[in-house]
Design a protein around this ligand. Structure first.
Ligand SMILES: [Zn+2]
Length: 64
């Protein structure tokens, strides 16, 4: 197993430099950012989907 594949389109590349050139040529930076954000969002989607109805969480009364 000598080859690698682009994480975005599975295009094979030989080394880090090959991947970098491929990303710069075949993929826009915005596309890479979007992909990374989508991956991150997919991972943290459940956490963000939790109950945000913490209305009754009132702060403790000040000791006056
Ligand atoms: Zn690619």
């Amino acid at each position: 197993m000598t080859g690698h594949n682009c994480p975005l389109c599975a295009e094979p590349y030989d080394d880090r430099n090959g991947l970098r050139v491929h990303l710069e040529v075949e993929h826009r930076k915005s596309e890479i950012v979007t992909t990374l954000i989508d991956l991150n969002a997919a991972g943290s989607d459940r956490a963000a989907d939790g109950d945000r109805t913490t209305v009754g969480d009132e702060p403790p009364a000040p000791p006056v």
